[in-house]
Every structure is written in C-alpha cells, then in structure tokens.
Design a protein around this ligand. Structure first.
Ligand code: GDP
Length: 364
C-alpha cells in the first residue's frame, strides 16, 4: 500500500538521520520508539480500546510534523475498516448556554446505558485566545473520570479547515477504538458550526430560554443546520420562557426546508442541570439514525461528507504545494499587489502562478 511505503521511507530517513554512538544507540532507539510508534502496533492498541493508544494516535493526527503525519495517515489507513459505526452528534451553542453541563449530564446518561462516549471539539478561536473549549479540566469533571468516556479538547492553532480535519481524523480513531457515540462540540464562532455539521450525522443546537430577541440573534443559517434544537435551562422560573422559546423556534423551523424528507427537525426542552429531558434527546438521536438509515440518507450523507472532505484536502494541499514552491512563493506578493492595484485581474494572476508551478493552466 502506497501510504505504508511512504511511512517506511520517512521512518528510515528519520532513523538514519540520527547520530549514532555505541552507548547512545539504546537510548536513541528508545526515543525513536517513543517518538515514532509503529502504526500497526498503535492500531492494535487503539482497537483493543486502550485510552492511551487513542490519545497518542490523536496526538499524531494533530501534529504538523511530516514524520508524524506519515504515521498518522498509515494509522488511519489501517483503521479505516473499523470506522463509521458510531453515532456522530454535533453540538453547538453560544458560551453560557450550558454546553459543558449538558455534555456532562448527557454523556453520563449514555455511559449509564452501557455506551462508550467520546467528546471532541472544534474551536477555531482557541488559536487566538490561547484557551480552548474543553481545555479547562474543571469542565465535565465527572464525565472525564468515567472509564467509558473519552474527552479531548479542540486541537489548537491553524485554520478552521485544519482544526476540523484533525477533529474528523480524531473521530475516526475514536470509532476504531469502539466508542459508540461521538459528540463533537463547537461554539458559535465563524463557520465552525458548518464544519461540525459537515462531519456529523445529526447536528444539535443548544439554546437558552429567551424567545423574541434571542431568536433574532440566531443566524438563520445556523437554524438551518439543526436537526434538533434543545432549549436548555427549562427549569425553575425559566420554564415558562423555555416553553415560549420552544413554540417560537418550532414555528421558525416550520418555515425552513428540511434537509431530508426522512426527518423533520423539532424542538425539545431540557435541563442539563437537573438532568431532565436528556433521555428525550437521546431518543431523538436514535430515531434520527433509524429514519436516515432506512431512507438511505445516512449512507448518502456520509458519502457526500467524505467526498467534500477529499476536495477540501485537495484544495488545501494544492495551496500548500504552491506556497512551498520557492518561485511561486516569491511571485505571490507581487501578484497580490498587481491584483490590489487593478493592474491584473485575479483570474490572470492566479493563472500565472499556476502556469509557473504546473505549466498546464489553460490560456483564457
Ligand atoms: P457553556 O459555556 O455553554 O459550556 O455553559 P456551561 O455548561 O458552563 O453553563 C453556563 C452556566 O449555566 C453555568 O452556571 C451552569 O450552571 C448554568 N446551566 C447550565 N445548564 C443549566 C440548566 O439546565 N439550568 C440552569 N438553570 N442553569 C444551567
């Protein structure tokens, strides 16, 4: 398999590149083993359900080092047949709406049913703020200690595309490790909801009671992504407001075109704090999966997602190939300036660059 050959080449290069002295050899071999695990061995560890093997696999997936990436891709290729079995749920909501409280309670409900739950995150803001959702150890303390749960903070740094790719790959590894439910959390930042909706089967939007004004603040595009809306904090004095919000959101959903005739998005009430309504959310997730499986939509959705991901990878790969070409990189600022100053059209400038690197761009 091509990817294995590539890994071997990188491993060999890395190994032979190390200095060698008789007494250093043992230490270096150990360091090498620790730094660069064998993909087949690591795959076996992940398959057996070892949390440390899974964590290590995800670390490789998240690394930008070429030798780590080579192993990560070999690992994914090895484990690919064991992926795809989990229920993939996305969860979004603005800070303070109760996401971590919800995930903790919902996750524990699921582990209580004997399911294994992995919680991942996509937080493109973590690069800017230095922190990250799920990064705080005090969040989801009980779930974090649950042997049937695995929590991994958002990979930090890089573009949203890069963060999303690493989370997708982490999801595949968690599936191969036998997790039954993958929960991918995100905050309402930029396009992060869209990226998460593009990698899960069902996208759940968590909202707070508020109605009117609140409804105005939610972007229509995000409502359209939702397969299920959960109005959280439906407890105590907030119950009437939560009910009103439910009616309003339900009316708003009726005006939107459903993603598939097999599933009508709807609105549920819950209290993450009191653990109420969470079973209904899980029932909805199960009903959604059953409906989309029966209609063939689940298989289609995942195929579409995989194809779109392939094109994203291709686009990003091409851009980085261009950027790593010395001649192209030198020409880029000049072309950007020409475009900015109106001396060149963006199309012509892009073609010049492509011609330089590939020599195959068609002439207009
Ligand atoms: P996140 O920022 O979306 O992760 O929100 P948190 O889970 O940290 O919750 C923000 C605040 O809302 C905390 O003070 C929680 O205790 C509170 N909260 C979360 N869920 C509920 C709920 O169901 N009912 C009530 N009354 N408060 C809640």
């Amino acid at each position: 398999m091509a990817v294995r050959g590539w890994t071997r080449a990188v491993l060999t290069k890395y190994a032979t590149g190390m200095a060698s002295g008789p007494d250093q050899k043992h230490h270096q071999r150990q360091t090498l083993n620790r730094a660069l695990p064998d993909p087949a061995e690591l795959a076996a560890g992940i398959r057996s359900g070892s949390r440390s093997a899974l964590a290590r696999g995800i670390t490789l997936v998240e690394s930008s080092r070429a030798d780590h990436q080579a192993i990560a891709q070999a690992l994914l290729a090895e484990l690919l047949p064991e992926t795809g079995k989990a229920v993939r749920l996305g969860l979004s909501g603005t800070p303070g709406v109760g996401k971590s409280t919800f995930i903790e309670a919902f996750g524990r409900l699921l582990t209580g049913k004997g399911l294994r739950v992995a919680v991942l995150a996509v937080d493109p803001s973590s690069a800017r703020t230095g922190g990250s959702i799920l990064g705080d150890k005090t969040r989801m303390e009980l779930l974090a200690r649950d042997p049937n749960a695995f929590i991994r903070p958002s990979p930090s740094g890089g573009t949203l595309g890069g963060v999303a790719r690493r989370t997708r790959e982490a999801m595949l590894l968690a599936e191969a490790a036998g997790y039954d439910v993958i929960l991918v959390e995100t905050v309402g930042v930029g396009q992060s909801e869209t990226s998460v909706a593009d990698m899960v089967d069902m996208f759940v939007l968590l909202l707070a009671p508020g109605g009117g004004d609140e409804l105005q603040g939610i972007k229509r595009g995000i409502m359209e992504l939702a397969d299920l809306i959960v109005v959280n904090k439906a407890d105590g004095d907030l119950v009437p407001a939560a009910r009103r919000a439910q009616t309003e959101y339900q009316a708003a959903l009726h005006l939107m075109r459903p993603k598939t005739p097999a599933w009508a998005p709807h609105v549920l009430l819950a209290s993450a704090l009191k653990g109420e309504g969470l079973d209904k959310v899980w029932q909805a997730a199960e009903a959604h999966r059953a409906a989309l499986t029966a209609s063939g939509d689940l298989a289609r959705l995942r195929a579409d997602q995989a194809r779109a991901w392939f094109w994203t990878e291709l686009r990003e790969g091409l851009i980085s190939t261009l950027k790593s070409d010395a001649k192209a990189a030198a020409l880029m600022p000049e072309l950007e300036r020409e475009v900015e100053e109106g001396q060149s059209t963006p199309t012509a400038a892009a073609r010049r660059l492509l011609d330089l690197v590939f020599g195959t761009a068609e002439q207009a």
